[in-house]
Design a binder for this molecule. Structure first.
Ligand code: PGA
Length: 251
C-alpha cells in the first residue's frame, strides 16, 4: 500500500512572518493526521523559520531546489548538507519552473537527484509536458525522456526513497487541472515505465504525485485514481484552510 503524500510548494511567496504563521497553522490543524505524509516547501531563506514553527509536528520541510556539489565556490547555491542542517527532509528536483524558466536540463536534474539521494534527503522528482507537447501527442515521449534521464544511474533500491510528481506544465498555476482521466493515464504510463526500467515491485511501491492547479474542490476526484498517490500543490498550499482541507479530504 502506498501511503498518500501531499506536499505544498510555496514557490517565491510569503514573508517570514506569514511563513511561520502558515506553518504553525497547519501544524495545529493537522496534528491528528497520521494516514497522510505531509510536507511544505518554503523558499530557502525561511526553511529554518518554518522548521522551527512546525516544532514537533509530523509535517516535514522540503526545499524547492538544491545544488549538486557538496561545498565550495558556487556563489548563490545551496548544498544538501545545508538543507539538512536547517531541518529539511525533502527536496524538489526539476520543477517545471526550474526547467522552463531557469533553464535546467535533464542532465542537471539527474546530478541534483543523485546528490540528494547520496545525502539522505528524499527527492521529489518533477516531470511534465508543455501544452504544445500535449497537443502534438508527445506527452508519453516527453515524460519518458525526463524520467529516464532524471533517474539515470539510480538503483531499484534507491527508488524506494524517491517520489515522482507528474505536473503537466499547462496545468500549473493556470487553474486548468488535468482531468482525473488525463492524470491517471500518465501516472499509469509512468508506473509501467518504472516496471520496465526496474521491476514490478519497485514500480508498485513508488509514489507518484499529481501537480497542477490541485485544490480542495478537485482533490477527491484526482486522488480517486488508482495510480495517483498524492498531490504537489502550489497556489492552494498558501492558505491553512485550503491545504488542510485537501489533506483532511485525503485522510
Ligand atoms: P499550482 O502549482 O498548484 O499553483 O498549479 C503546482 C506546482 O507547481 O507544484
Amino acid at each position: 500500500m502506498r501511503k498518500p503524500f501531499i506536499a505544498g510548494n510555496w514557490k517565491m511567496n510569503n514573508d517570514a512572518k506569514y511563513s511561520a504563521e502558515l506553518a504553525a497553522g497547519l501544524a495545529a490543524a493537522l496534528k491528528d493526521v497520521t494516514t497522510v505524509d505531509i510536507a511544505v516547501c518554503p523558499t530557502f531563506v525561511y526553511l529554518q523559520t518554518v522548521a522551527n514553527a512546525l516544532g514537533d509536528s509530523s509535517i516535514k520541510v522540503g526545499a524547492q531546489d538544491v545544488y549538486f556539489e557538496s561545498n565550495g565556490a558556487f556563489t548563490g547555491e545551496i548544498s544538501t548538507d545545508m538543507l539538512k542542517d536547517v531541518g529539511c527532509t525533502y527536496a524538489l528536483i526539476g520543477h517545471s519552473e526550474r526547467r522552463h524558466v531557469l533553464g535546467e536540463t535533464d542532465e542537471i536534474v539527474n546530478k541534483k537527484l543523485l546528490s540528494v539521494l547520496k545525502s539522505g534527503l528524499l527527492p521529489i522528482l518533477c516531470v511534465g509536458e508543455l501544452l504544445e507537447e500535449r497537443e502534438a501527442k508527445k506527452t508519453t515521449e516527453v515524460v519518458t525522456t525526463q524520467i529516464k534521464a532524471g533517474l539515470a544511474s539510480v538503483s531499484a533500491e534507491e527508488m524506494s526513497n524517491i517520489t515522482l510528481a507528474y505536473e503537466p506544465v499547462w496545468a500549473i498555476g493556470t487553474g486548468k487541472t488535468a482531468t482525473a482521466d488525463q492524470a491517471q493515464e500518465v501516472h499509469a504510463m509512468i508506473r509501467k515505465l518504472l516496471a520496465e526500467m526496474y521491476d514490478a515491485d519497485t514500480a508498485e511501491n513508488v509514489r507518484i504525485q499529481y501537480g497542477g492547479s490541485a485544490k480542495p474542490a478537485n482533490t477527491a476526484e484526482l486522488m480517486a485514481n488508482a495510480d495517483v498517490d498524492g498531490l504537489l500543490v502550489g497556489g492552494a498550499s498558501l492558505k491553512v484552510e485550503d491545504f488542510a482541507a485537501m489533506i483532511k479530504n485525503v485522510e
